[in-house]
Design a protein around this ligand. Sequence first.
Ligand code: SIN
Length: 479
Amino acid sequence: MENRNLISGEWRGALDGSTFGVCDAATGREIARVPHCHEMEALEAVEGAANALGAWRSRSLEERAQFLRAIAAALRSHEDQFAHVITAENGKPLSEGRGEVAYSADYFSSAADEALQLHAINIRSRSELRVLRAHPEPIGVVAAITPWNFPLAMMARKTAPALAAGCTQVIKPAELTPLTALLFARVLADLGLPPGVVNVVTGDPAAIGQAWLDDGRVRKLSFTGSTRVGRLLMRGAAEQVVRLSLELGGHAPFIVLRDANVAAAVDAAVAGKFRAAGQTCVCPNRFLIADEIHDEFVERFVTAARLLPVGRGLDLATRVGPLISDEAVARMRRHIDDALAKGATLRTGGSTIAVEGCVDRFFAPTVVTEASSRMVCFQEETFGPLAPIARFHDESHAIQIANETPFGLAAYVFSEDSTRLAAVSEAVNCGIVGANTGIISDAYAPFGGRGWSGFGREGGRWGIEEYLSWKYVCTGVHG
Ligand code: SIN
């Protein structure tokens, strides 16, 4: 297992030799130590990326697409290895780790297809005295700061479009899950990706992020993580006018209309809510259920939640793994306690479950009813396996509750009436809607949010656009 950083094609430690520990998310035991880098190593990575830029952007579209296809194939052929590393450091069930590898490979396949479309375009001018031609140029050296909840996929959705566009990249993975990123770097190096095209630096997030924003050669930064950090990055990006893509917190409403197929809605709720133990930005966070079907939905949902096996991700039966940290457990407790103090009813869960030989971070899937907008769980993202349920009388009330947050990443709507499904999907203020489904992520679609959920899109042609700087050449025609 590679624990060193990849900078300019070389495997390196921190300049001062310091390291930090990476733990198994289930047992809490240290499984590796990786370099604890700071500003200097971050700048060396930029130097490497800057040196590699000219040659990489000059590669033909077909050559770049070939690399992207090769990366997709390598991820698929290393699925088992990646899934085990993801499960070890993140804790998610192995089946979800495998799903994440497939999802990541799709970003590279999608980017390979799109790369072939990145040619110059003639534009019809209204004047006969000039000819216009627009060129999609790479924005330059780009940075990625990636989160722990999808250690591979969030990197894939930043690296694939960057390489397709002709950019070179510096990456800082989350401190809790750097091993997946280092394995990814090893795969890229083994494929013969030229030195410096992708560089991975682990260590001090503030020092590395600030170094990249201040450098001037980094022309774009893509970040997935909290709204709090997103705001800091926006401030930091101002001086050098660095372009940003920010995929920040979510607070997704899950709206079930009275004419919904309740059994299907419950299946979707379980799949969406408890995936990654509730630790995704698109997890349903506020359940809004029509009066007429509320009791049936609650009964079925609580029954299904109770049946979900909680345990170590490596146990094949597990559907819900541990939370990532003690802070995540404390936040679950705070949200539950607040809800119960303000009148909610606990239907199942509510505490951690002991798993032999493991940390006390395995939280039982938890459902509370009689939730309301006064409760913290309806105001803030829980990022854990808590499903708070409120009832509503009419659709306009549900839409009003759904939209009363500054976040706007995802929403879910369930109805058997296609007109109402479309109307509510249109009325919710967010970037992604799951209409009669709880699983919405797709590498070919423009993933991203609005408001406090950030801006910029990842996936498909939209993801690549974020890494391009269009230049048009206006050529004068002289008679
Ligand atoms: C996220 O949690 O930020 C991403 C979730 C996904 O892509 O499905």
